[in-house]
Design a protein around this ligand. Structure first.
Ligand code: 13P
Length: 336
């Protein structure tokens, strides 16, 4: 019952000055601890799958598990495709039941990014699925066994306020990922976020803005960024590294271990701890507590999440046949 689309969720976060954590799933063992963390924290949550992580998981196999977990809880859960690069991936995610898709065409010139993102928005919105776009460049998502080489954001790739306005107006995206000193993976030195730019972009466009590359950013910087308008924070590398560290300690302490199930339990407990900690810092903790109200659909304060009045966007349901239709027509036109 609690599947929700990106627009409804982030609009609430934006209005109420908190950020929703978007946690990348790279193993089936991440689903339950992320959900448990959200339930125990009384927090909305975004679970996401990055296209670059398809090497770890099969999109069509994992989606039903995430959707099932999300439907069983009363907190709002958005299922997002992270950094969808290809048209086919976007359609596959919509078809698999994701409630939002990020289309990342940020490496292309702005005109091309706008033209392609606009098409994706048309398709996704026709079936009630939200779209996150990106301008400015944040660099590659963490992938691979070893820690990625630390890097720092180059000011040249920072999102320009004027571009953000044009991108929003011409594409109609529901949320915008911005480049403001944030990078994926590990930072070279201390992250140096351009807070003034965050504030200016937030004041210039009426849609929620998104901070990628959450790992390595300090709690204080998160809080400041949220106070200036960040409503969604993507977080992965630190969660993964911490889980691996916990597994390593466990294996050192239990050299005779042959039980993958027990090892997975260690990983799950660590993921849950990390996610709960982030939810507290992001200010989303207790947003859905029974003494609070979370009315996504209107401004009435009486609309508690557990109340029957709670109505996520009615179009959140994905209509397979419609997607089929769109797929055939649009796939052809986009592949020309
Ligand atoms: P980190 O891995 O740096 O936390 O970034 C995650 C992210 O932005 C996913 O899109």
């Amino acid at each position: 019952m609690a599947l929700i689309n990106l627009k409804d969720l982030l609009n609430h976060a934006s209005k109420n000055k908190y950020a929703v954590g978007a946690f990348n799933v790279t193993s089936i063992n991440f689903i339950d601890p992320i959900m448990e963390a959200a339930i125990e924290s009384n927090s909305p949550v975004i679970m996401q799958l990055a296209e670059v992580h398809f090497r770890y998981l099969n999109l069509e196999h994992i989606a039903p598990a995430i959707i099932r977990a999300a439907k069983e809880v009363s907190i709002p859960v958005c299922i997002n495709l992270d950094h969808g690069k290809n048209f086919d991936t976007i359609i596959r995610a919509i078809r698999a039941g994701f409630t939002s898709v990020m289309f990342d065409c940020s490496e292309e010139p702005l005109d091309i990014n706008i033209a392609k993102t606009k098409e994706i928005v048309k398709i996704a919105h026709s079936v009630g699925v939200g779209v996150e776009g990106e301008i400015g460049n944040i660099g590659g998502e963490a992938v691979g066994i070893a820690a990625p080489t630390p890097h720092e954001a180059s000011a040249e790739s920072f999102t320009k306020v004027g571009d953000a306005v044009r991108f929003y107006e011409e594409t109609g995206v529901d949320a915008l990922a911005i480049s403001v000193g944030n990078v994926h993976g590990t930072y070279k030195g201390e992250p140096n976020l351009d807070f003034e730019r965050i504030e200016k972009i937030n004041n210039a466009i009426p849609i929620p803005i998104v901070l990628h590359g959450g790992s390595g950013i300090s709690d204080n910087d998160f809080k400041k960024a949220i106070s200036l308008g960040i409503s969604k924070i993507n977080f992965y590398t630190e969660m993964s590294a911490s889980a691996v560290k916990a597994a390593r300690i466990f294996l050192n302490e239990n050299p005779d271990c042959i039980s993958y199930g027990d090892l997975a339990k260690i990983v799950q407990a660590d993921v849950k701890k990390t996610v709960m900690g982030r939810m507290e810092v992001f200010g989303s903790k207790n947003i859905t507590a029974s003494d609070k109200t979370l009315c996504i659909s209107c401004d009435e304060s009486s609309c508690g999440l557990t109340e029957p009045q709670f109505k996520p966007d009615a179009k959140t349901v994905v209509y397979d046949s419609l997607v089929d239709l769109i797929t055939k027509e649009v796939l052809q036109s986009m592949r020309k």
